[in-house]
Design a protein around this ligand. Structure first.
Ligand SMILES: NC(=O)c1ccc[n+]([C@@H]2O[C@H](COP(=O)([O-])OP(=O)(O)OC[C@H]3O[C@@H](n4cnc5c(N)ncnc54)[C@H](OP(=O)(O)O)[C@@H]3O)[C@@H](O)[C@H]2O)c1
Length: 271
């Protein structure tokens, strides 16, 4: 049964794969056998990640790419196809984390457009760029990384929540439109998982972890097996779905979204 999780001979593109959850997914996919293309703006982190992959005996390319620019995205996918001859899996993981929480009346057009470009349009550009290749090979898997914020509002987080909610809908439309050609799309919705990207949340992690049913947050490595599941034949008949990994935070509508009653669990259980 475990052979269905094998990524041997597959080629996976991971955007934002040089850091945090992206790098953790790259490591897991490479361990499962995939060759990897890592794409984000800074050459340093993606080259380091690609080197790790090569040390595992897989092939890897680091391609500096700004995913808000469709020309750069198309170039990155062309480069992947030239080097590997195909693309089996696309993970749309890059996003703008840590944008300031801004009251709606202070948000500029530019801030809105950049946030939506980084958190949603980027996934559209990358999906469009791989779609023909995947359709002509008759197989492919697109994995969009949304967030608990794709399922809940966040106080003064307009572009992150709207973009991440849009990712779930983009997934469903890709699933319906490309499914007939053998290409599936699914979403991962992480809850809070401490990374460099979440450092703006500050030093209240233990207090926040008290509020999720498991009592602790996942680590980046915990997202790896989920990426392998969705990227591999193990999930062949899943299409248009989302998987949440949040220690149970959203199960009861209680999550660190910036607006939640501050009631410790022990106190709730006494009521
Ligand atoms: N960690 C969490 O708690 C959490 C929770 C829910 C959802 N998520 C989602 O998980 C994903 C990864 O987040 P993370 O926590 O690992 O944060 P992170 O380390 O800050 O990762 C974000 C990545 O996106 C890349 N990126 C940003 N803008 C880009 C652009 N315009 N073009 C290309 N790449 C760009 C960054 O690389 P460069 O700066 O080099 O471009 C970086 O590697 C994101 O989609 C995030 O929304 C995370």
């Amino acid at each position: 049964m475990l052979d269905r999780y094998s990524m041997d001979g597959k080629v996976t593109i991971v955007t934002g794969g040089g850091t945090g959850l992206g790098r953790a997914m790259v490591r897991a996919l490479a361990r499962a056998g995939s060759d990897i293309v890592v794409a984000s703006r800074r050459p340093g982190p993606i080259e380091e990640t690609a080197e790790e992959v090569r040390e595992m005996g897989r092939r890897a390319l680091a391609i500096p790419t700004d995913v808000t620019r469709s020309g750069q995205v198309n170039g990155m996918v062309r480069h992947c196809l030239q080097e590997f001859g195909k693309v089996d899996v696309l993970i749309n993981n890059a996003a703008q984390l840590g944008a300031p929480r801004t009251p709606i009346w202070d948000m500029t057009d530019d801030e809105w457009h950049y946030g939506i470009d980084a958190n949603l349009t980027s996934a559209f550009y990358c999906s469009r760029a791989v779609a023909r290749a995947m359709v002509s090979q008759g197989s492919g898997k697109i994995i969009n990384v949304s967030s608990g914020y794709g399922l809940r509002g966040g106080r003064n987080m307009y572009t992150y929540t709207a973009g991440k909610g849009g990712m779930i809908q983009l997934t469903r439309t890709l699933a319906l439109s490309l499914g007939p050609y053998g290409v599936t799309a699914n979403t991962i919705c992480p809850g809070f998982i401490p990374t460099r990207g979440t450092e703006s949340f500050g030093g209240s992690l233990p207090r926040m972890a008290d509020r999720v049913p498991i009592g602790e947050f996942p680590t980046p490595a915990d997202i790896g097996p989920i990426a392998v599941f969705l990227a591999s034949a193990a999930s062949n008949y899943m299409n248009g779905e989302h998987i949440t990994i949040d220690s149970g935070g959203l199960a009861g509508g209680f999550a660190p979204t910036g607006y939640a009653p501050s009631i410790p669990l022990e106190e709730l259980s006494r009521r």
